[in-house]
Design a protein around this ligand. Structure first.
Ligand SMILES: CC(C)(COP(=O)(O)OP(=O)(O)OC[C@H]1O[C@@H](n2cnc3c(N)ncnc32)[C@H](O)[C@@H]1OP(=O)(O)O)[C@@H](O)C(=O)NCCC(=O)NCCS
Length: 208
């Protein structure tokens, strides 16, 4: 069971995701000062959510937003300059400065390389999945994934994601993803796993 995020829930969803990702390796590298991390991540995630509300889907477990998932449909995974501008990303780059620009560009470039090598054009992209810290390990994350998988399986569509956390690799493997590639992100020295989940063929006949 899931709901679609409404635009007036954007702020709460951004804050929830930023808190969920507080100890995630990429966020630790981007914002080493723990006192600033959640606040600055919230500003980035606001941009991602603005873009996803226009071009993708932001799903949540309920109006309480225990868990939030940001999905981009096939062909919408790589934003154009116009999309970046509309989401406020360029303002964010200006205020975050060159270090943030350099690191996020390296990360993004590596993900693009892996995605071109392993993702076909029909895959949905799970850009973010986060559960509020006090709600983690209660089934919300896998529940939210499960409802999307049912839909994707019916449509015969697969999905992909990347993560820099080994714990998350295990979580996603349990959810049906397989590691398609693993590389180190140059200049950041973080691992990055690219994972793909193919549609379950047993339910393809259900397609609607
Ligand atoms: C990863 C995340 C989405 C999982 O959602 P969740 O609702 O907490 O997980 P669920 O309750 O659905 O699934 C629990 C299972 O996943 C695994 N798991 C989830 N989080 C884990 C963690 N931090 N450490 C170890 N195992 C974890 C365990 O196997 C767990 O089963 P168990 O509790 O029976 O041992 C959530 O913990 C989260 O938001 N983490 C921080 C943000 C993040 O890293 N997001 C993913 C980025 S790609």
């Amino acid at each position: 069971m899931s709901i679609l995020l409404a635009s007036d829930q954007l702020e709460v969803a951004a804050a929830t995701l930023a808190r969920a990702f507080e100890s995630e390796p990429v966020h630790q590298v981007l914002w080493p000062d723990p006192r600033q991390r959640v606040g600055r991540a919230t500003r980035l995630i606001r941009c991602l959510l603005r873009d996803a509300l226009r071009y993708g889907e932001v799903q949540a477990t309920s109006a309480n937003l225990e868990a939030v998932a940001v999905w981009m449909p096939p062909h919408r995974c790589h934003p154009s300059l116009l999309r970046l501008a509309r989401s406020g990303f360029f303002w964010l780059l200006l205020s975050e400065g060159p270090r943030f620009f350099g690191l996020s560009w390296r990360y993004h470039r590596q993900v693009m390389v892996m995605s071109r090598a392993h993702a076909d054009a029909r895959l949905w992209y799970l850009q973010m999945l986060g559960v509020a810290p006090d709600q983690q390990r209660k089934g919300y994350g896998s529940g939210l994934l499960g409802s999307m998988f049912t839909r994707l399986d019916r449509a015969g569509a697969g999905c992909c994601l990347e993560t820099s956390s080994e714990t998350n690799v295990a979580f996603y493997q349990r959810s049906g993803f397989q590691v398609a590639d693993q590389r180190r992100i140059g200049g950041i020295e973080l691992p990055c796993w690219f994972m793909v989940r193919r549609a379950k063929p047993t339910v393809l006949a259900d397609a609607s």
